[in-house]
Unconditional design. Sequence first.
Lengths: 106, 625
Amino acid sequence: MNNVINEIGIENYIFLASLLFCIGVFGVLYRRNAIIVFMSIEIMLNAVNLLFVAFSTFRQDAEGQVFVFFSMAVAAAEVAVGLAILVSVFRNIGSIDIANLKNLKG
Amino acid sequence: METNLALLLLLSPFAGFLFNVFFGKKVNKGISGAIGTLTVLISFLSSVYFFTQFNPSTKPIEITLFDWISVHNFKLDFGLLLDQLSLLWLLFVTGIGSLIHLYSISYMHDDDNMHKFFAYLNLFVFFMITLVIGSNLLVMFIGWEGVGLCSYLLIGFWYKNHSYNDAAKKAFIMNRIGDLGFLIGIFILGSMFSTLDFVGMKQALTAGNSDTSLLSLAALCLFIGACGKSAQLPLYTWLPDAMAGPTPVSALIHAATMVTAGIFMVTRMNFLFDLTPDVQNIIAVVGTATALVAASIGLLQNDIKKVLAYSTVSQLGLMFLALGLGAYNVAVFHVITHAFFKACLFLGSGSVIHALHGEQDMRKMGGLRKAMPITFWTMMISTLAIAGIFPFAGFWSKDEILMVAFDHNKTLWMVASIASIMTAFYMFRLMYLTFFKDFRGTQHQKDHLHESPSLITIPLVILAILAFIGGAINLPGSTWLNHFLEPILSGKHEEHALGSHEYMLMGIAMAGAVFGILWAYSKYIKQAVVPQEDSEIAGISKTIYNKYYVDEFYTFLIVRPINSLSNFFRTTLEPSLGKVIFSFGLITNKIGKQGKKLQTGSIGLYMFAFVIGIVVIISYLFIAQ
């Protein structure tokens, strides 16, 4: 296991995670389809999970990996709730374009 | 046993109060009155028990109910103190209280709110007992404020009459001025001795050398409190107005008990006042001045209760004269005899008013002697007592005061004697105008003249007997009261052996009283003068009839400036302040109106702001490192 980290190098994991995270952020910012936004959020979460796992291996410490399980469980719950909301939104206004969800205007 | 009995003594009237408040309306009037009377009677019987069991040679009974305040080194118990002084006061407060409750059953029977009346009256007795048996100044203060409250409630008992409400407010506010003084005095003493306990303070004062100027200030403040409660100059004007209340209230609160609270307090604190001769002089002078001023106003009043009210103020002035001269025992003696005859006089006047269906103007009375013999004779005895005729109770006590005054200061003695002559005059003026000559009221009233029912006459008779023999407790030569009070009075006490000197003074006092009576006789019986109508009074009599315009003077000096000040606050200051406060609201409102435009409802924009925010925070953290 040590070799995997050493061969590739911890900094490359960080670069990849950062890249994934940025992709997620831009996805959230620019896409208007709510499902895509969800997916982008998942990408961000997974970028963080990746970092957790990488550092956990690098430091020979299992705690990071445990955390990832939590994070995945929470993410799954969140997606379940989020998708349910989306379904009901779609039933009400016939669209999942976030630009149309402006009823909370002040 | 003692604790339980003391609690019964204290709480029995309170139980009566609770009963009348919660159930008084449901039961019939007789029961409501009977419960009210019975609870006070229980207190009286307990007081009698304590009094008979009391052994003057042993220490007084001290009962600590619970720790009340304990802060740093200041400690205060909620305690009761039953010593000679409080026992005496308890006896006549609850004794006369029971009689007046009994009287009220008949007197107030036609009133729809009789249960309320008895509730207030019971509450008053409860607070009066608290005042009397409190073992420290703060417990006393609770009672002090409580009796003030009850006095307010009872003066304004007939609340539908607006001027009665004004009288109630006046009494309350005037008392508050005095109470502020009392409270400041308590604070000063508390900070000096770290205790407010009477016994503790006495020990601290007799042991240590305290700051005399601070002590004087404290004594003066306490005296201001006494001035308010006991209607002395310059705070006396509330008492005559307090006659707006039902007559039993005037008898109980504004003649016999509450107004003597100031004298009780000064006597209680005698160890303090003995150390402050300056304040004692002030007390003596104020008391004498009050006696003279009030007596002179009483000369020309035509309202039967107003005459008695000014007479009360005047008699209280004499008591303060005695206090100021350090003769506490003499003052207490006069308090007790005064309670007897003044309560009797007030109840008698109530009986007269009752018979005349609410008429209080003596110009419309006259000739009642035959119609109301019991009322007449009881009032006659009390009048002889207050005028100071041998051998009625008032003679002994007033004479003692005059003797003490003569020994200390001839001027005070002269003024007090003149006040006594005036007293004899206006009291007999009252009697002649009310009971002699022909009836001057309406034919309807004349047809319905009747002696009052026995519930009214029984208390009158008992009080008249007491007014007759009450002097026996402290006759010159067999001074039971003086010896009884000796242990609690720290200073020297006045004792008069009977000698030619004393006989001369007694003779002068008697001659003065007889002169006053003859003066009244020649004017109102021989010449059959009936006082003029209000509009016809002129000259100096007009000034006196209008009470020297003191009320008007206070209105001009205090009430008007306060009114215009509050008017200024209301019309000018409050609106401008309001504008400032309101402008804060306006500004917030404007900001909010602009700010709500930020909330577009567009999720994309929120996300954008969110990301930008995080980027800014993170970059700041990096740069800061």
